[in-house]
Design a protein around this ligand. Structure first.
Ligand SMILES: C[S@@+](CC[C@H](N)C(=O)[O-])C[C@H]1O[C@@H](n2cnc3c(N)ncnc32)[C@H](O)[C@@H]1O
Length: 209
């Protein structure tokens, strides 16, 4: 996994925000979905957050219990520098999601453009196990990936593309009966260079044990 960490650290060290294809000035679709499910005082974790501004917007909303996880310490540094003292209340976690052990229970798990990098079955299995462990009963996971008509690579790495239905089937095969899909939508992301990238966003609720 060191190779991947090096890849992502050099991406974030070597390029400005606007040079990252996945950059969003305002992460509108994520925000709309998070606001539907996150209540004041709830714990949220942004998985593979990179230098995303989702955490800024949620702090602006008044949410106080936010965790941000990424494999790349350089990405986390960018967000910490941008937020300054506003970021002091955020829990910053440098980790590979597939081998991370959650220390608290989350009401909302958000992942935009991370799960789709898991091209191996054992990585997807590990991710699903961690997600099931991290979410409180009735907690929700918002997972955004490239859609079936989206790009085949992201940041030079191969990805797996999904429809919402396909993602639900994969999740159910990994952790049978643990999640139900409660919402989904498609979104066309316009990259800073003006290219169109098709995403799907799916929301899964963790069933009561
Ligand atoms: C395409 S970027 C998306 C960043 C952010 N979610 C956004 O929407 O702006 C993918 C991010 O996933 C992180 N990442 C990739 N594999 C990871 C893993 N196994 N565990 C944690 N983070 C990972 C990368 O460091 C990178 O920041």
């Amino acid at each position: 996994m060191a190779g991947r960490q090096d890849h992502w650290n050099s991406v974030y060290r070597g390029r400005s925000e606007e040079e990252l294809t996945w950059f969003e000035e305002t992460p509108s679709t994520s925000l709309k979905l998070v606001r539907l499910y996150l209540k004041p005082g709830d714990n949220l974790i942004d998985i593979g957050a990179g230098a995303s501004r989702l955490v800024d917007a949620l702090l602006d909303d008044g949410f106080t219990s936010l965790s941000v996880l990424d494999l790349s310490g350089s990405a986390l540094d960018l967000s910490r520098e941008r937020l300054g003292t506003r970021g002091d209340s955020v829990e910053w976690i440098e980790a590979d999601v597939t081998s991370w052990r959650p220390r608290r229970a989350y009401a909302v798990w958000h992942d935009r453009a991370v799960f789709h990098f898991l091209t191996q079955g054992d990585e997807r299995q590990a991710y699903a196990n961690v997600m099931a462990e991290a979410l409180q009963p009735a907690g929700v996971a918002i997972i955004a990936t490239f859609a079936d008509d989206g790009p085949e690579k992201c940041s030079g790495l191969p990805v797996v593309r999904y429809t919402s239905e396909g993602l639900a089937q994969v999740l159910n095969s990994l952790v049978p009966g643990k999640f139900e899909m409660i919402n989904s939508r498609r979104h066309v992301h316009i990259t800073p260079k003006g290219n169109r990238q098709s995403f799907q966003y799916s929301v899964f609720r963790r069933k009561h044990p």
